[in-house]
Design a protein. Structure first.
Length: 505
């Protein structure tokens, strides 16, 4: 019998089993007030300072539906190619959670506002891009819960904690829950498809302006369902990995769960229907709560709220507010920039599409905009565990760096140091160049002096060059670059060196 830590190699697992995925995504809407009251929704406020009798569920308080939240949900449904219900209503989902002050959650049960949609996602394969259609079961509205902080332990979880603190600021914030239908036929691409779906969903919501979808702040949270079955057999028992909070973790959660379930099944065990907790440090999950027994949430219509009945005119009015959707925008930019699908995907994967677009619109050469945002700046963001958009670099600064490179004042190595200085807060581009003394050494006399010094230190290399081994010039060029701290033009140094020795290429 396998243990919780046993796994089967991923490729081996999928040589035996077929995966079925399902993804439930919770999105906090970017409204100014909560779903059913006028309390503020700003992230990071002092605990329990954004609450009122309605979101605390005090006796006698009455909720009122947030119109902007309804509009945002309809726009999201339209962008996901959903049908919009002409009539729906809220329900009470009854259960006990200490972070839900009413002991029930106002949600939608069998009457969601949006249903039967789809979202196409693209995954890179060895044979080129492949498109998967992820079908959407439903998009419905509900309210978020509060936040528990488990204190006194070492894991941050309730087990081992001395006590728990409750912050109700988040309770009542508008949520959209987007539930996929079973995703089949992904095979070994299952982890990539899951990641691509969440990434496309995030980009779509950003384009619509309905949420900031910051996974690190909890405004986008995913529950990832996975099951395995033998080819042609009935679908297996699914597990539900809760609250996965990054794109990378979505991919890792699917990958590790396939390996875990395969180990259980190949050793004669039975996969248990349960929730699981994903651990960022190990890339693995541990058992949470059993869901083998059907939970009775005792849904019934919310008596304090009127039904939502959007008219056709209202729906069409909202359809007219939809922006250019991400897939269409990518196709347009790819054609305008004259780049291939692989290069476009590199830009998208780096989260740099809008940044590159903005830089080009501000006059940066397209190739340079792509190079800096997907190269050095992406590396810096990754090293600092930041989003590219969090870097304090502007299009104007990239344009100025490129101007200095073009006139010979900087080379690429020095330009990278300039961006380090800008990000470190040392000032604008010219201030960093002056402050760090980064200008390229272009004076011939200075370069010739450095070349003579290097030749004197390596006379054998000079003889090799004179003897026709021109490739040996690299050693002298390298020495000059070291002497000038990388501030010389290597091509110019090489030309001056060969001229000095009376050698031609």
């Amino acid at each position: 019998m396998s243990t919780a830590h046993d796994t089967v190699d991923f490729d081996e697992a999928l040589a035996m089993f077929e995966p079925v995925l399902g993804i439930e995504t919770h999105v906090e809407l970017g409204t100014n007030s909560k779903m059913f009251c006028s309390c503020a929704t700003a992230f990071g406020a002092d605990a329990n300072t954004q609450v009122c009798p309605v979101c605390l569920g005090l006796p006698g308080s009455l909720p009122v539906v947030n119109r902007t939240a309804v509009e945002s949900t309809i726009r999201m449904g339209l962008a996901l190619n959903c049908s919009i219900a002409p009539w729906c209503r809220f329900a009470r989902k009854n259960y006990f959670y200490p972070d839900m002050p009413k002991d029930y959650q106002v949600s939608q049960y069998d009457e969601p506002l949006c249903f039967n949609g789809y979202l196409d996602v693209t995954v890179e394969t060895d044979d080129g891009p492949r498109v998967f259609r992820v079908e959407i079961e439903r998009v419905h509205m509900e309210e978020d819960t509060g936040k528990l902080t488990h204190a006194g332990g070492t894991t941050g979880r309730i087990h081992g904690a001395d006590y728990s603190l409750v912050d109700y600021n988040r309770a009542g914030i508008p949520l959209i829950e987007i539930v996929t239908k079973p995703i089949v036929g992904t095979g070994v691409l299952a982890p990539q498809v899951a990641k691509a779906y969440v990434a496309e969903l995030r980009d779509l919501m950003r384009a619509l302006g309905v949420s900031d979808v910051r996974m690190e702040e909890g405004s986008l949270r995913c529950d990832v369902n996975v099951s395995l079955n033998l080819p042609g057999a009935e679908w297996g028992t699914r597990s539900e990995t809760k609250n996965v909070n990054s794109l990378r973790s979505v991919e890792r959660a699917v990958h590790s769960e396939i390996e875990r379930q395969a180990a259980v099944l190949t050793t004669g065990g039975r996969v248990i229907q349960e929730t699981r907790h994903f651990h960022e440090d190990t890339g693995r999950s541990t058992s949470g709560r059993s869901k083998e027994q059907a939970e009775d949430y005792r849904y019934f219509p919310e008596p304090d709220l009127v039904p939502v009945a959007p008219s056709e005119e209202w729906i069409e009015e909202l359809r007219g507010t939809l922006p250019e959707l991400p897939a269409l925008k990518r196709a347009r930019l790819q054609a305008a920039w004259g780049i291939g699908e692989h290069e476009l995907q590199t830009i998208v994967n780096a989260g740099a599409l809008e940044l590159v677009e903005a830089a080009i619109a501000d006059g940066v050469d397209p190739a340079a905009a792509r190079k800096w945002w997907t190269g050095e700046l992406a590396r810096i963001a990754n090293d600092r565990d930041l989003e590219l958009t969090d870097l304090p670099v502007t299009s104007a600064q990239i344009r100025r760096v490129e101007e200095l490179v073009a006139d010979g004042s900087l080379n690429d190595k020095l330009a990278r140091q300039v961006f380090d200085g800008v990000i470190a807060g040392e000032g604008d581009v010219d201030a960093v160049v002056a402050g760090r003394g980064l200008a390229v050494v272009s004076d011939d006399s200075s370069l010739l002096a450095a070349i003579d010094e290097a030749l004197a230190a390596q006379p054998d290399v000079a003889e090799k060059i004179r003897g026709g081994k021109v490739q040996a010039a690299g050693a002298i060029v390298g020495a000059v670059m070291k002497t000038t701290r990388g501030q010389a033009d290597a091509a110019k140094v090489r030309a001056l060196l060969l001229e000095r020795l009376g050698v031609s290429e």
